[in-house]
Design a protein around this ligand. Structure first.
Ligand code: ATP
Length: 374
């Protein structure tokens, strides 16, 4: 099922729409349009209060927009009742019925809708098969006796058993510890692939968004900044906000001057010659240069001196982050483990990995574009 939001405006009551930083004055969703393909998982990320949950509520019919429309394929769903939208929702707090065993939780929908016992039994059996080998065991247990990950599996199964057209997931694994989160997200991803149900997946965790989403939507203050694959967002961000939001550790942004084919970090009076194709793409004068941790080449003869504060091992790699300070900015650079302990290190940008932004505002002047390493 293709799900399409068209120009959605959602403004909560002004008195209610306060955040920790006070009333922000903007609609929770400010004319938002988004097209989610059939069978796709779309991750939604963005800072707290940017409108992620509101978007899910609009799709679920739990909130009504003041303007705009929601479509399933070409069918206008905007005024369809929540219970008729074929939605399966999974939240962070599972919301299982505590006095019912796993099976009771799955069966409840069939009882509420006066469906036959036979239909219920058949669907529960099918769902248990889909959920995997050991799922049957969970059906006989009360929610209180299940781990967080197991509760979440039952919550997902409870959605699946209803045969939803669309899945909405709002931080479904945020309450699990790191190890369970890892395992559960792999499991959810496998299930989503298996069902091929169009899914909107809200998370504040970028790694999770990348892992779960076929594409990612980046939101800020009620608007969508960019929609794309991780590579598109990472290598071709549309503005400074997306460039700094996507990527951990984040990109470093250095004020620079561009003149006569050179880029100069004025604060430390260091200049590099720019490759011709980059020099030709840049205006002269003040700009900002963005470099990600993997965008530095270490121990170079023309390098700028980084004063090293500490070195942090990257557990899953044979590498470490070198942390330090350059022109008052925190720099992260990736080093091999052979890099000796040092107080200072010479760095040069890898010119295939640099970004340039306007000196003021958020305009992107130059991005590396997606490298063809696949
Ligand atoms: N029921 C409500 N009544 C009034 N204002 C609301 C309501 N729900 C959300 N808001 C406001 O709408 C804006 C968007 O909220 P929303 O919950 O959609 O953001 P979010 O991106 O999901 O945030 P978080 O990541 O913190 O969950 C915020 O300013 C919030 O305060």
């Amino acid at each position: 099922m293709r799900v399409r939001l068209e120009n959605i405006l959602k403004q909560y009551d002004e008195l209610e729409q306060v955040t920790l930083t006070g009333y922000k004055g903007r609609p929770a969703l400010d004319h938002v349009s988004l097209d989610i393909h059939d069978g796709e998982t779309m991750s939604i990320v963005g800072p707290s209060g940017c409108g992620k949950s509101t978007m899910l509520k609009i799709v679920a019919g739990l909130e009504m927009p003041q303007a705009g429309k929601l479509f399933y394929n070409d069918f206008d769903m905007t005024n369809i009742k929540p219970q008729d939208r074929g939605i399966g929702m999974v939240f962070q707090d599972y919301a299982l019925y505590p006095v019912m065993k796993g099976k009771g939780n799955l069966a409840y929908y069939f009882q509420m809708h006066q469906k036959s016992e036979a239909e219920m039994e058949a669907r529960v059996r099918q769902t248990a098969e889909l959920m995997g080998v050991d799922f049957e065991l969970l059906l006989g247990r009360l929610p209180d006796t299940l781990s967080g990950g197991e509760k979440q599996r039952v919550a997902i199964a409870r959605c699946i058993v209803r045969d939803p057209l669309v899945f909405l997931m709002d931080e479904p694994i945020v309450n699990l510890d790191a190890k369970r989160r890892e395992r559960t997200r792999i499991e959810i991803k496998k299930l989503l692939k298996k069902f091929g149900i169009t899914t909107i997946y809200v998370t504040h965790d970028q790694q999770e968004a990348i892992f779960m989403g076929d594409r990612i939507t980046v939101m800020r203050d009620g608007v969508i900044e960019q929609v794309g694959t991780f590579d598109e967002l990472y290598y071709s961000p549309v503005n400074l906000f997306v460039a700094t939001f996507i990527g951990t550790p984040p990109i470093t942004i250095l004020p620079v001057q561009v003149a006569n084919g050179q880029v100069i970090v004025s604060q430390v009076n260091h200049a590099w010659n720019l490759p011709e194709h980059i020099a030709a793409s840049l205006p002269q004068g003040a700009l900002r240069m963005g470099i990600r941790p993997e965008g530095w080449v270490l121990n170079t003869p023309d390098g700028v001196t980084l004063s090293v504060s500490h070195i942090e091992r990257i557990p899953t790699e044979r590498a470490a982050f070198v942390h330090g300070n350059l022109a008052g900015k925190h720099i992260n650079a990736i080093a091999s483990l052979e890099q000796p302990e040092t107080k200072a290190i010479a760095l040069t940008p890898d010119w295939d990995k640099v970004y340039f932004f306007a000196a003021e505002g958020e305009e992107v002047i130059y991005t590396p574009g997606t490298p063809d390493f696949f």
